[in-house]
Ligand binder design. Structure first.
Ligand SMILES: C[S@@+](CC[C@H](N)C(=O)[O-])C[C@H]1O[C@@H](n2cnc3c(N)ncnc32)[C@H](O)[C@@H]1O
Length: 256
């Protein structure tokens, strides 16, 4: 582990000292971030966050970048990675994209700090990635850069049905009529269900409904091979009218 990464984890450890319960035991962490931080702080592996990724996780990140390039990602595109975590996919995107084109958003500054520390100094100074904690102000700031892409990988399952509305409303604010919105969902179920304190498996119908409420419409859904998840491509209502291909009938078939 590099000195920089160790320093960030020491900072995380200091922050978590403030979360002890009155009985003296370490809080288990009510929020998703707290649980993740406790795990990273203990030096454990994680499927997508921190310096110690589980086996196969880095390879899956590379495949995700390959799929984005197949879907038309170009180095000059402005790209938002919504729920970027510690830049598992983000670091590959930063490397692929031209300077000032990558924008990583997340709910927790500590994850963004850790992700930044894991980038080399050369990459940081050459590519100048933007990393921001999600807030009304940062959403407005980033929307002004008129992103070509909004991508969100492995995030939906950590958002409650209630908070899906905010998730899609933010994406709607960020999107122009031309923005490609790609959401990669690792698991969908027939009926939405809470699997653990911070994990929900949503149904495609529910995700589509929340997106529609925010003014985003499903253009395409491709299920991942061998899995129950897939890639959901969304666009704004105005963007729909600009799209020439009529895919809506086949999509509706998959959504019901
Ligand atoms: C499983 S990690 C995926 C990280 C990254 N996208 C990747 O593929 O490596 C889920 C990420 O979603 C973030 N997250 C959780 N709830 C969120 C929300 N409501 N809005 C945006 N990001 C959220 C977490 O902080 C975490 O970084």
């Amino acid at each position: 582990m590099s000195t920089l990464v160790r320093k960030v984890l020491q900072g995380v450890r200091r922050t978590l000292k403030g979360t002890r319960r009155p009985n003296g035991g370490q809080a288990k962490g009510g929020t998703y971030s707290e649980r993740v931080m406790l795990r990273l702080n203990a030096g454990k592996t994680h499927a997508s966050l921190g310096p110690k990724l589980k086996p196969g996780s880095a390879e899956r990140a590379q495949r995700t970048l390959d799929r984005l390039v197949e879907r038309g990602l170009q180095p000059e595109d402005t790209f938002i990675d919504y729920g970027c975590g510690t830049l598992r996919v983000g670091a590959l995107l930063i490397n692929y994209l031209a300077p000032d084109r990558y924008i990583g958003l997340d709910i927790d500054q500590r994850l963004l700090d850790l992700g930044r520390e894991m980038l080399s100094a050369e990459v940081t100074s050459e590519k100048r990635p933007t990393l921001r904690v999600i807030s009304p102000e940062t959403i407005d700031e980033v929307a002004a850069r008129r992103p070509d892409w909004i991508f969100s990988n492995g995030v939906v399952q950590h958002i409650s049905p209630e908070d899906l509305k905010v998730y899609f409303a933010n994406m709607r604010t960020l999107a122009t009529t031309q923005t490609k919105i790609c959401i990669k969902v690792s698991k969908l179920e027939e009926k939405s269900a809470r699997k653990s304190p911070n994990t929900w498996f949503h149904s495609l119908v529910e995700v589509e409904g929340a997106a529609k409420l925010a003014g985003l419409f499903v253009q395409n859904f491709t299920s991942t091979s061998g899995g129950t998840g897939g890639w959901l491509v969304l666009q704004t209502e105005e963007g729909q009218h600009l799209t020439t291909s009529d895919t809506s009938a086949s999509i509706q078939g998959k959504l019901t």
